[in-house]
Design a binder for this molecule. Structure first.
Ligand code: CO
Length: 627
């Protein structure tokens, strides 16, 4: 049974692409940049009943390389084109096909051949080239209104070498994505030698043999969740899994069954942007500053996951499908992994007469992993038996490398091997959290702990209380974490009272956050203005989807959250969207090489007065000897 929020199936994508071709919107210089589900309005989804049919509409973002124009076409599956709009001045995100064409053009360029030969490289098969968006000023003399890439390169001495061990520093090209013209071959006068210490990590190279005994995770009766299409029921939770070509994994309509009443908590939750500003002045780092979501559409790079490798235990997978630049549909089998994990204890108490009560914590995990060039990102959502929700990003893969003179000072990079450098950088995520606590409307409240004034309320100097501030408008809801006051933010439904008459709420508990090192006036600072607050809030608008704007590619900056919130709209008793900015400041360690172990960042959503007591109290003991 299909649901209005189900991702577009391979068949639906194929049908839409056929319509786009037949209408002349796709073909020749007209490429498909993204094909997304145009989600129906929330009211329509809320009113929808199983068995009813809502129109299935796809939103196609098309790039016309000849006219240098973005068109957005809404296409009804089975019903043809509904609407075509132009987005003048917008540049479409980079496409895998274009990357390949750009790299092919670079490899044919005789100026590059000569520059490589000066470095002793004559076999072009040993050169690994990547096409990156421009994250810094476009050099003078190059038309910045064109869609451009620049191409760092690495040497691959052997077919299975870790190329990132061998950056070819001081040699780059700039390519016009649409004409495929190599506009410039940049060669620095003094470039360091190519580092030649290998960085092997494959098992056949490392001969890794540290082993432990087998660990089997089995559930003889199968997992405790049920899957109906994209709808999931686990424990008292109900949710729908979604997928988007740009954002990757999405969760919809998350509810908790509270004594037979399915109470809405979140309508839609996704990671709406991920930007990686680099903090090194080396040309090979300065231009990076990539938006992996907004410029690369990371959903395209979703891995097919392998049982026993990526995921362990009783796994249920979901397959997804994406459409490429030419409108060819590609299925990604086993793209989303769902399973249960034992997560230690949920709670425990030993009372005065030595009576013990203890409960295991089981959590439901839905996850996916993408590979964007050198890095892997895992998106993991966890649901817990006490009503808590957690998001965790897992960062792994290979750090990006540049080269320097062996032994020279490296103020903004870690030396990994002689001459091999890993520039400092940050991974900055922005979650878009359309929460609907008990269906809404919702209001945002900041909560801080503060000492009470000395006197009758605080006779001994150790009494403290909470200060609760309603963040009434967009301007007042631009906030940073503050561990000194234990600051958190709660989303309150003032129309629904819970236990003891207080309004029900969930709170956002920040985890690992970072602060942008780039100045707000820098190119990346302007383009990723959302980085400068850990929390933003807006009234829900369907066209406000991405915190750096819809079209960040070579955008001069200011789009997205900074632009929308300038209107300073009211946030009280509204359909509230939280934007939470979090991430890591990655100062690479030598131990991050040759491949980095998973590093984590994320946040939690916890009930605060949503339930009348700990919902974990209803969890049965794991065995008769545990109570
Ligand atoms: Co990193």
């Amino acid at each position: 049974m299909s649901h209005p929020l189900d991702p577009l199936s391979a068949a639906e994508l194929g049908e839409v692409c056929a319509v786009l071709r037949a209408e002349g919107l796709l073909g020749g210089p007209r490429l498909l940049s993204m094909l997304q589900l145009e989600e129906p309005p929330k009211d329509a989804v809320r009113a929808w009943q199983p068995g009813e049919t809502l129109p299935r509409v796809a939103r196609a973002t098309l790039w016309d390389g000849a006219e240098q124009l973005v068109r957005i076409a809404l296409v009804e599956v089975g019903g043809g084109v509904l609407n075509v709009q132009e987005a003048p001045g917008a540049l479409a995100s980079i496409l895998a096909l274009e990357c390949q064409r750009a790299k092919d053009a670079v490899l044919r360029d005789e100026r590059l051949h000569a520059a490589l030969a000066r470095r002793g490289i004559t076999d072009l098969d040993t050169v690994h080239i990547e096409a990156w968006s421009f994250g810094s000023e476009v050099p003078k003399g190059i038309d910045a209104t064109r869609r451009l890439v620049w191409t760092p390169m690495w040497l691959r001495p052997e077919p299975d070498s870790n190329v990132y061990a061998h950056p070819i520093e001081g040699l780059r090209t700039i390519v016009d994505l649409d004409s495929c013209e190599v506009l410039r071959v940049e060669e620095d006068e003094d470039s360091p030698p190519i580092p030649m210490t290998p960085g092997p990590y494959r098992a056949d190279q490392t001969k890794a043999e540290v082993r432990l005994r087998d660990l089997a995770i089995t559930q003889k009766d199968g997992p405790s969740f049920t899957v109906d299409g994209w709808g999931i029921r686990w424990e008292r939770w109900r949710l729908r899994v979604g997928f988007d070509q740009r954002e990757g994994l999405v969760l919809h309509d998350v509810r908790f069954d509270d004594g037979g009443r399915e109470r809405p908590i979140a309508y839609r939750m996704s990671i709406a942007e991920l930007v990686i500003p680099y903090g090194d002045k080396a040309p090979g780092a300065q231009r990076k500053q990539a938006f992996d979501t907004g410029e690369f559409s990371l959903g395209n790079f979703t891995n097919s996951l392998a049982l026993g490798c990526d995921c362990l235990g009783e796994i249920v997978y979901l397959d997804v499908a994406v459409a490429d630049a030419l409108g060819n549909v590609r299925e990604i089998p086993q793209a989303i992994c769902m399973h249960e994990e034992d997560y230690g204890i949920l709670w425990k108490h030993t009372d005065q007469n030595d009576h013990v009560e203890v409960r295991r914590s089981r959590r439901f995990v839905v996850s996916s992993i993408v590979t964007v060039n050198n890095y892997e990102y895992g998106y993991f959502w966890y649901l817990y038996q006490d009503g808590s929700i957690e998001f965790e990003a897992k960062l792994t893969g290979i750090v990006l490398t540049t080269a320097g003179e062996p032994g020279a000072p490296t103020p903004s990079a870690t030396a990994l091997e002689p001459g091999l450098l890993a520039p400092y950088h940050q991974h900055i995520f922005c979650a878009r959290l359309d929460l609907d606590i008990d269906g809404g409307p919702n209001t945002l409240v900041e909560v801080e702990s503060e000492p009470l004034p000395p006197g009758p309320l605080n006779p001994e100097g150790s009494s403290y209380t909470l200060r609760q501030t309603v963040l009434t408008r967009e301007s007042t809801a631009q906030r940073e974490v503050n561990p000194f006051t234990g600051r958190y933010w709660k989303v309150v439904n003032r129309e629904v009272t819970g236990h003891l008459g207080a309004p029900v709420a969930y709170k956002l508990v920040p985890g690992r956050v970072t602060w942008p090192m780039a100045s707000p006036e820098s190119v990346i600072g302007r383009r990723a203005g959302f980085m400068y607050h850990h929390l933003w809030a807006t009234p829900n608008r369907r066209d406000e989807r991405y915190p750096a704007g819809e079209f960040p590619y070579q955008h001069p900056g200011g789009a997205g959250l900074p632009e929308w919130t300038a209107a300073d709209r009211s946030l009280e008793d509204t359909d509230l969207v939280l934007w939470h900015v979090f991430g890591t400041n990655h100062i690479p360690r030598v131990e991050d090489w040759p491949v980095m172990s998973v590093e984590r960042t994320g946040f939690m959503l916890l009930p605060v007065g949503f339930f009348g007591r700990n919902p974990g109290i209803d969890v049965a003991p794991p065995g008769s000897h545990c109570h």
